[in-house]
Write a protein that binds this ligand. Structure first.
Ligand code: MCA
Ligand code: AMP
Length: 504
């Protein structure tokens, strides 16, 4: 096949007037129209001199055109690099430089800030706004609606997704065509997606969950999506009766349950609710079933691996578990120190191997070697166990990570910013339970002797450096941080001490 990912997700729909995207306005974009737009964008990108393997960085609002940009990159053999719309200029500058992106696509609102950064890094800049306007689409309008698909191998890179790390510097996870395609095809079969499905899409499209899991599955099965700009409770409740499936982070489900308009009747046509990206509380699972009669299907994935495990479609979906390894995925539980496989039932680090597992971190061979073993197993950093029936339970993390509303936040990145503020000696950032976001960020600051840091000033400076969702929800001043005999900060003690800080 010339370009497996394009051919099997997009090319199969060539010439079809079947619906692909149902918009909030009532408009429907057919597969054919969507592919036409993607082809036009592919022409713009290649006319500007991009060659297969070049990177296209996109920080754009969710729109059909933004999705067409992804399709265009696949068709033209370019590496798509979607970026969270919340990232600040400082954060973006790092991603553009590190990836060596040749083109940056951004919203007009951010053009003035990003243009000098792009110029300095030798990248061209185009705009794409939430309403689908912008210089990218202006140029695309004059282009042909078909494009000769660029030949790619299944092992060629299709996308970079940046993920932070415990050292504070983000790493570009290199995902191949086959990583994405194999996972999409497996999930279509496992979750029984067909051309009759209508997926309610309220997730962002700059992460694995909304872009690869939801979109690629819909494309591979030939179904359609109700494509909402974001998770807006009113909009979701309005459109739910027309949908057959929905994918969300746990916050989606707790917000739905918090609204009495969300009833069994409203979910009557639905056949499947999927949850992932963060732990779904067993209590939410139970409440959801009591309200709607549906058992949420929880699955487990990562940016580096796409989806690894899933509760069964037909068998028992067990609350508090993430189900079984997907077909083709090997999963083992290992000792965090020795790396040896542990006996069944014991708690250790989850390692996974399969066609879904990424190629490594872009230009970071040491970091790649530290997490991806020579035999192909990826060390997830999640702690788990496999029960006697084979269900995988995630019981914690062997990595210092906070997951807030499905977004990953690495404390180190925030601590580095806090530590630089005037009057701050050191800091510790922890995740504490939060009723809406699951976890939220708490910043603990130890002042330099005799100093009283201006907390508002600290918050403001941190705000310029870090995306909004990473900001500590509260900053507290402590005399000192608890440490063990090795001098390591005991975050577990801090987490316990402040666990009720945001309790309802
Ligand atoms: C928005 N804010 C947040 C978050 N989202 N703060 C912390 N955590 C968040 N997740 C900020 C806003 O900037 C705003 O700031 C304030 O919180 C309140 O915003 P609100 O209107 O309540 O938020 P929202 O716009 O409704 O968004 C919440 C959300 C959204 C719907 C839960 O964050 C979301 O769609 N999350 C999904 C993330 C996702 O797709 N994750 C998948 C990653 P202020 O008011 O102060 O200005 S992929 C992955 O993890 C793996 C592979 C997997 O397994 O899927
Ligand atoms: P990311 O790096 O954004 O891809 O996030 C991946 C991390 O999200 C995993 O390593 C897990 O810690 C977490 N995660 C994803 N799905 C689940 C789930 N169903 N339950 C618990 N944690 C999850």
């Amino acid at each position: 096949m010339a370009n497996p990912l394009y051919d099997r997700l997009f090319g199969i729909h060539a010439g079809k007037s079947t619906p692909f995207l149902h918009l909030q306005t009532g408009a429907v974009i057919s597969h054919q129209d969507f592919l036409g737009r993607a082809a036009q964008i592919a022409h713009v990108l290649t006319h500007s001199g991009l060659k297969p393997g070049d990177r296209v960085a996109a920080q754009v609002e969710k729109s059909p055109e933004a999705l067409a940009l992804y399709a265009a990159c696949v068709q033209a053999g370019l590496i798509f690099l979607p970026l969270n719309t919340a990232y600040t200029a400082e954060e973006l500058s790092y991603f553009i430089e590190n990836s060596g992106a040749s083109v940056v696509v951004c919203d007009r609102r951010n053009e003035a800030t990003l243009l000098p950064i792009a110029r300095q890094l030798g990248a061209a800049l185009a705009t794409l706004n939430a309403d689908g306007t912008g210089t990218l689409m202006d140029q695309a309008a004059g282009m042909p609606t078909s494009f000769a698909t660029v030949t790619r191998d299944a092992e060629d890179l299709a996308a970079f997704l940046y993920t932070s790390g415990t050292t504070g510097r983000s790493k570009g996870a290199m995902l191949t065509q086959n990583n994405l395609l194999s996972n999409a095809e497996t999930l279509v079969r496992e979750w029984r997606f067909t051309a009759d499905d209508v997926l309610l899409h309220a997730l962002p499209i700059f992460h694995t969950h909304g872009l690869f899991v939801a979109t690629n599955i819909t494309l591979a099965s030939g179904g359609s999506m109700i494509f909402l700009p974001k998770f807006d409770l009113d909009l979701v409740l309005t459109h739910l009766p027309q949908a057959t499936t929905m994918m969300g982070v746990p916050t989606f489900y707790t917000r739905l349950l918090g609204d009495e308009r969300f009833t069994r009747d409203l979910a009557a046509r639905m056949r499947l609710f999927v949850s992932g990206s963060a732990p779904l509380l067993a209590d939410t699972h139970a409440q959801f079933e009591a309200r709607t009669g549906h058992r949420i299907l929880e699955r487990y994935g990562m940016t580096e691996t796409n989806m690894n495990t899933s509760n069964p479609y037909a068998g028992a979906r067990r609350a508090g578990t993430v189900g079984f390894p997907l077909p083709g995925v090997d999963l083992k539980i290992t000792d965090p120190e020795s790396g040896d496989t542990l006996p069944q039932g014991e708690i250790g680090v989850i390692e996974v191997r399969g066609p879904n597992v990424f190629k490594g971190y872009w230009q970071m061979p040491e970091k790649t070697a530290a997490e991806l073993r020579a035999d192909g197993f990826f060390i997830t950093g999640d702690l788990g166990r496999v029960d006697e029936d084979g269900y995988v339970h995630i019981v914690g993390r062997n990595k210092d990570l906070i997951i807030s509303g499905g977004y990953n936040i690495y404390p180190k990145e925030i601590e580095l910013v806090l530590d630089q503020q005037p009057g701050v000696l050191e800091s510790a950032v922890i995740g504490v339970p939060h009723p809406d976001f699951g976890e939220t960020v708490l910043g603990l600051i130890v002042p330099e002797p005799g100093k009283a840091p201006d907390l508002e000033g600290v918050a403001e400076t941190a705000g310029q450096a870090l995306a909004r969702f990473k900001h500590p929800r509260r900053l507290l001043v402590l005399d000192e941080l608890p440490r063990n005999t090795m001098g390591k900060v005991q975050k577990n003690i801090l987490r316990e001490r402040y666990q009720d800080m945001f309790a309802e």
